[in-house]
Design a protein around this ligand. Sequence first.
Ligand SMILES: Nc1ncnc2c1ncn2[C@@H]1O[C@H](COP(=O)(O)OP(=O)(O)OP(=O)(O)O)[C@@H](O)[C@H]1O
Ligand SMILES: [Mg+2]
Ligand SMILES: [Zn+2]
Length: 475
Amino acid sequence: MESAMEKHKVLALKYRPQNFREVFGQEHIVKIFQNAIEMKKIGHAYLFTGSRGIGKTSIARILAKSLNCDSGPSITPCNTCPTCREIKDCISKDVVEIDGASNTGIDDIRELQKELLYLPSPGKNKIIIIDEVHMLSKNAFNALLKTLEEPPERVIFVFATTEPHKVLPTIISRCQRFDFKRIPVEIIIKRLKEISKAENIKIEDEAMLIIAKKADGGMRDALSLMDQVISYCVNSITVQNVREIFNLINTEVFNTFMQAIYERNPQKIVNAFRKKIDDGIDATEFINNYLEYLRQFLLVKLNIDLPDMLPNEKKIICELVNFFSEDEIVYIINHLIETKNSLRTSSAPELLSEITFVKLAKISDMKSMKAILEKIQSGKEQSIEIPNPRIITYTKETECLISKIEEKNHQNELNIRVESAEANSTTIQTNTENNLNNSEKVSYRLENEVLKREFSNKKSELQQFIDITESVRIK
Ligand SMILES: Nc1ncnc2c1ncn2[C@@H]1O[C@H](COP(=O)(O)OP(=O)(O)OP(=O)(O)O)[C@@H](O)[C@H]1O
Ligand SMILES: [Mg+2]
Ligand SMILES: [Zn+2]
């Protein structure tokens, strides 16, 4: 029978893996430990690295049980003998867990060294687990190092850290290192399925997908999110519930956005936005959701496979993507990131967002820097008309093109010069050597932050800027 306590335990604790079979997504590590236990080749110091809630402590405890189980050592500890139970309940004298984050001083390490003087129980091993080992002070590290140099018999250290680069190399070199992986969405879903079955909870597949994605590779996070959802919906969970709880916006809204941008319809886009605001969605939340959507959009455009996308959502995005160039998508993303940053300090977040959306709806007026440069390069075009408002994007492709122009420049085929006219405007001037009359001038105003390249004296310099919003004209 499940005790009342057990019933109210959070899922992450209730479903801590108690044997190797229950560890998800870390097969590469499980396998090595199983072999080591079977071959009785256990090292005396291990370093577990990886982000939060992906099984480091769990595996350390399973290892302890495997080694100390009364009917062990075994790769399938019984979990019922007194030793296994003590380890499970964290009261075993032979398994010491120390939190490096709160025991950072040398005194704590002295305490640990004293602890080491107590031998493990007869026939057992002493397993010392130090969490967040990188937080130990330098002195504490050194004291620990001494212990590591002459490891006491039957003592096994397991160090865990989320920040391996902060662990001293002298410690790392004395350990066998295991890099834990973030757990893929589909594996998190598998675990969520198991748990919801055990808990008698009905949950829609798409709802699980949203939770698994939001957990961002962490199983503990996934289970905590699940707790949150359960406390709201009890035992039947729909996608709609989950969207509401996490303040997620339906993908359809963003599909509408993309359509409106393509149709150059600012009214449509602003109305769709206002509707969400009226529903109580906050502007920052909205932009964050939109960015997440655009990430998928861009990946689809680049033909990068997304395992964590709903099939029907993918289908629509695949269609919409055809209406946009890579440059345009990057442009939209850049604009939103900029808006997101400005929102932090803005007292009128909705207004600011609306202005951005209206600008986005003008995207088809956008002329790519690439197109302009191509014309310059060809040396044929004398003037290029660019409609208002004139927007330019600048991407990797453009970068390549510039290199080509630069090369030509070098061979004296083309002269490109940049002059600063006003404080925030720059002039690019180009001359073709063989026809000096055919000199062209491009001037544009710059608003901070896109990549800007300056050509002067046949040298070029890269500067940072993101957007060029004012006029571009070749005179
Ligand atoms: N690989 C996994 N398989 C199954 N459950 C897991 C896994 N990783 C984590 N969990 C779940 O998350 C909980 C916490 O895991 P654990 O304590 O092992 O994480 P950790 O990596 O030590 O995290 P931290 O860095 O925060 O200490 C477990 O009780 C379990 O419910
Ligand atoms: Mg841990
Ligand atoms: Zn046992």
